[in-house]
Each structure stands twice: as C-alpha cells, then as structure tokens.
Design a protein around this ligand. Sequence first.
Ligand SMILES: C[S@@+](CC[C@H](N)C(=O)[O-])C[C@H]1O[C@@H](n2cnc3c(N)ncnc32)[C@H](O)[C@@H]1O
Length: 295
Amino acid sequence: MACRLALGIAYRRRCASGAFVTPISAEFQPRLTTTGRVRFTLGEKGMDAIMAQAQGTAHWDENHSRGFLHNGRYFVPDRERQIGIIADLIPQPAPGGLLVELCSGEGLLSRALLERFADCHVLALDGSAQMLEQTQATCRDHAGRLATAAFELAQSGWRRFAEPPHAVVSSLAIHHLDGWQKQDLFADLAAALKPGGVLVVADIVRPPSAGGLDIAARQWDEAVRARALAIDGDLAAFAEFNRLGWNYFRNPDGEPIDKPSSLAEQLSWLAKAGFIEVDCAWLFAGHAIFSGRKP
Ligand SMILES: C[S@@+](CC[C@H](N)C(=O)[O-])C[C@H]1O[C@@H](n2cnc3c(N)ncnc32)[C@H](O)[C@@H]1O
C-alpha cells in the first residue's frame, strides 16, 4: 500500500517500526542511515524557516502549534459538527481510496475520516512537526491506514500524487495563503483529484461588509463563551480568547499571518478551477464549509 500512496516526490509513511515524517519540499535532504536506507531529513533551516520563506515574514511556527493544540477545542466554533459536515460532503469512496488532509493539526478530522471510511487511507500533511506527531497520536488506532508527511502548503511540489485522491480536505489553514495562492491551490487540486473527487474546505472567510464583520465577530464570541462554559464550567478560555485578540473579525487587518478571502471569491475560484456542484454547506461565526466536485 505504501507504493500506491506514494506522492510524486518521496515521503515515508508511518509504519510498525515508528513514525517517519518526511518534509515534502525543495528543502528536504536525503541522508543514508546506518541500515543503508535513505531517509529524508530537514536541512538546518528546519520547517519553520521553510514556511517563513514560502509565506513571507509572517508565518505559522511551532509556538502557534503549541497554542492551538491547547486552545483549539475552545476556539473552533461547532468543531465536532464541522468535522461531521466535512465528512458528509465526501461521496462514498471505492475501497482503498485515498483521502488527503492538508494541515491536519491535532488530527481530529483525519481520525474522523479514518473512522467514517473504514476501507480508505488517509494522507495527513502539515508543516509542523508537533502537529504531525499529534496527528499520529490521535489516529493511533488506525495507524495502518494513515500516512503523514511534512509539507509547505504554499509550495506546489507536493500537489502531484501518484494515486489521484478521492478527496482533499482542509480545516482552518488555507486562509494562511493569499488570494493568488488560493487560486493556484484550487487549480492544482482540481488537476490532482480523481474524476468525481471532491475538495472540501472549512475555513474562516472574510465578510465584505462592516455589518458582516460585526455579525461574525459577535457569533464567534458567543461560540467560544459557550464552549468554555461547556468544557470547563467557567469563562477562563473565553478570557484567553480575548487576551490573545483571537477574534479575527474584530481586527481583520491586525494579524498578517491571516489572509482570509471572501466566501464569494473562493466559490468563484473553485468554479474557475473547473469544479462543479460548488456550494457552501455551512456558515457560522465567519467560519464556512464549502466544496466542489471534479467532473
Ligand atoms: C489553525 S491550525 C488548524 C489545524 C486543524 N486543521 C484544525 O482544524 O484543527 C493550522 C494548521 O495549519 C498548519 N500550517 C499553517 N501554515 C502552514 C503552511 N504554510 N504549511 C503547512 N502547514 C501549515 C499548522 O501547522 C496547523 O497545524
């Protein structure tokens, strides 16, 4: 199965002897191990530097990963429902089909896909070593059907797959690309997917009006308050959300790492890339789930 899952460029999958994570990027360097096998390891610059290079000075780093691993369960509105909707938007794959998650983070969505589609394989990609480790831990019950690899979302080399995926999904990550980069990504994924395959994106989207920004900001506050109370019985996590200034919609130009595009733009870019059945299935608190199918 490792061969069938192999990308156009090398990566190594998690296997019984442990987790091998290979960065998929122009920066990865082959080294010979003591067993004589070639392993790919990061150059001195490391993945943070690769992400910085691809995204400019503002970029996601391991400190962001640490923070999000702690706060994600409070800060993502309707997180469990979103994961369910993303899975619902994937048509039943053929046995052995490949599902790819871009920027898998903690691995909750990858795990849901492995559970929902018990005959399928998941390739989880992320730029953060911490996140990939966490994805492997979250999905440990399905390790035989999970492959992980380090990648840089903004680069295009990883977008060639030896086996065309049945679905590509992503949650809360594509907004780190600017509008042009998103358009390139959608076009490349339209080319990479199997006919009939889907791209499902869950992400924050930028409302084009002041009124829309205000509604999204208020709804996000309400959602985080409710999750803080439901999880901990107090508002400490909501206070942290405010302290960090996490609500993008209150200060949309305050954090250069976040570059959400409007929902209307992104739906039009999906259509322009050749996707059909382009639609938004869910929208709340400025978070949208939208998708398209390759004819
Ligand atoms: C906000 S977290 C979302 C994690 C997960 N998808 C979720 O919904 O909980 C963003 C994720 O994208 C990854 N990421 C951000 N920018 C990236 C980039 N340029 N290349 C690769 N991964 C990136 C981070 O490491 C992190 O796991």
